[in-house]
Design a protein around this ligand. Sequence first.
Ligand code: FES
Ligand SMILES: [Fe+2]
Length: 459
Amino acid sequence: MAHQPAYDYRQTWPVNPEAPRDSYEAKAPYVDNGVQPISPERYWSADYMDAERKLLWSRVWNWAGREEDIPDPGDYITFEIGKESFIVTRDDDNRLRAYFNVCPHRGNRLVSDEEGCRPGGFTCPFHNWRFGLDGKIAHVTDRETFRPEALCRSMDLVEVRCESWEGFIFLNMDREAKPLLEYLGPLVDHAKPYRLKDMRIMRRVQAVWESNWKVAVDGFNEAYHVHAIHPQILPVFNDYNAQIDLYPNGMSRMVTKFATQSPRMDADGLNPGLRATMIEVGLDPDSFAGTKDDVRQAIQKAKRQRAERLGLDFSGFLDNQLTDDWNYDIFPNIQLGIHPEGVSMLYFRPHPHDPRKFIFDVIVMMPPQEDAQILPPAYMGLPEGWDISGREKAEIQHIDWREGGLGEVFDQDSSLFAEVQRGIESMAFKGSILSEQEQRIGHFHAELDRYIGQPGAQG
Ligand code: FES
Ligand SMILES: [Fe+2]
């Protein structure tokens, strides 16, 4: 590796050491989560999975969908996490409401499709009980055949908290949970320049991967494995000098520099990856006067000029936001890589009953574009000619991870995580030993322990 100043784990590598304290790029104060190994049972034990169901998923904000998908009263989507299913809808006053997708009569699922519109409310297909959009019971079939005392229990749908941020609708089963915006902490401010509310999901691919959901969250929370598993991106990605910020509520951030060569490489001159990145923003590598270390800045400048020409407003962005990956981990199961051109969102959900599998959604969001000159940046991995007009809702594409199709980097991770899952279950493995490049993982598990309790202690 090229010569590096001494590593200070409390500082990591601030992307701008001069940043004022209140700036979006400011390094957050270090949080000491200790160095004890992370207990391995949490990745495979059915008891631990059950504890997560009772103590974690029932108390955190769960992302359920986007507001634009249910614009009018009676529009609904269903959302599933573990064994639970929810209906997310709008009531007659157009307010977002969410209910467990369970009929109080005999427990049937009220709706079985992923989306639809029921302006008159919901009718259970088993015995035709009806419920208003406000969740209240509107009709009990053959009411006279029930003894009055049988009907004195609540017959309304069970409502859950439902709040939104930048068009993302979240649910929380815990009535005492702190409000969503408070839970999201610094991200609410940091995300403002990106106008996520105006973005649309352009592609959503879903696959069942062969590991516990936390193996994947851990994996995507560090860049330490990049040189070993994804060496093909080192020419344009500084995997080593990342800024890591730890925030309240289990949230963390990592800012990694793109458009710059990894210090693990010692090639001089403009490597082919850097040249391609330059060409993408209209710079000519052959006539470029600078060195490889000037490319990132030149790209930032070119992106600003191009944005002006295309009438895009980049004024709210710091220079390093134009090139780098600003990656936020929303505890427990969302990672957002946010860029001015769009967002790459990773969403990890537990399998309903197998702790060795999880449901993985890879989502690309962008502002809708009519101008054919505005192409999605290559890093988003959208297939050529992909519709980014946002006119049609992007249907979920279900794929089998063994056949690939998520892009080279994800395909490398999918086989890796299956191997990690197998190794973790060995009696020889005593729990992860984390470097400070992996401090987001320690931060995540410290928060998880606050929900679940210490291993072995869950009841
Ligand atoms: S289970 Fe829903 S009406 Fe009977
Ligand atoms: Fe990876």
